[in-house]
Design a protein around this ligand. Structure first.
Ligand code: SAM
Length: 216
């Protein structure tokens, strides 16, 4: 997807992907990574997700990256927080306490930007990208995080013809194809979407979610 696509969606308020509450899989499965509070968590394509705040409440310093300036500002404003704004290479850093959001392109991040992050949390990032971009995304993620990283990855799958993404359908087989050279991959959860799921409400009749733990 082009950058304009996302910035326009934020401007138009078309952010059906935004959950408002902490993701239930994050709450349930984060401990599977055996995270320690001193570890920094990287959240690619973070939007203004409440998951950033939850991870910080677990004791982690959190670094997100997000294209939309509107989203970066909204995350802090909605919590009544005034972020400190500074330059971080090609990105603008919005920071308050232990949460930083780097405003700019994920693909332009360098390892220095991630401050030694050893954990990664991907919800609606990989599945937000077209097939060609997904390969590039995984390559860059591995470059950024190094080979010892651990992470939680939440994906969505559905019959190709059932919906026009994003979010895109990403099969469990594709997850393994993209990441198995770099991580041990365990699937922790796989289930059909429930009637209350936002995508079902938008007309997707059959789909499933998977949650993976990745260990470098
Ligand atoms: C589907 S949303 C998911 C947001 C968040 N992970 C969540 O769970 O609410 C994808 C987000 O990625 C951002 N995005 C898309 N491409 C990006 C890129 N190349 N670099 C940084 N952010 C990007 C979009 O602006 C959008 O907010």
């Amino acid at each position: 997807m082009e950058r304009e696509f996302w910035t326009e969606r934020w401007q138009a308020g078309q952010i059906g992907f935004h959950e408002g509450e902490v993701n239930r899989h994050l709450r349930q499965y984060w401990s599977q990574l055996a995270p320690t509070p001193d570890e920094v968590v990287f959240v690619p394509l973070c939007g203004k997700s409440a998951d950033l705040a939850w991870l910080n409440e677990c004791g982690h310093r959190v670094i997100g990256v997000e294209l939309s300036e509107l989203a970066c500002r909204a995350f802090f404003a909605e919590r009544g927080l005034e972020p400190e704004v500074s330059r971080a290479g090609t990105h603008t850093r919005y920071r308050h306490g232990g949460i930083s959001i780097l405003c700019g392109d994920f693909f332009e991040l360098t390892r220095e930007n991630l401050d030694g992050a050893t954990l990664v949390y991907d919800r609606a990032a990989l599945i937000a990208l077209s097939p060609r971009m997904r390969e590039r995304y995984c390559r860059h993620l591995v470059e950024l995080m190094g080979s010892d990283a651990r992470g939680l990855l939440i994906t969505l799958d559905y019959p190709e013809q059932a919906f026009s993404g994003p979010p895109f359908a990403v099969s469990d087989a594709e997850v393994r194809e993209l990441l198995a050279d770099h991580f041990t991959i365990d699937r922790l959860h796989h289930a059909g979407l429930g009637p209350d799921d936002a995508l079902v409400q938008r007309g997707l009749e059959a789909g499933s979610e998977s949650v993976f733990v990745l260990r470098g």
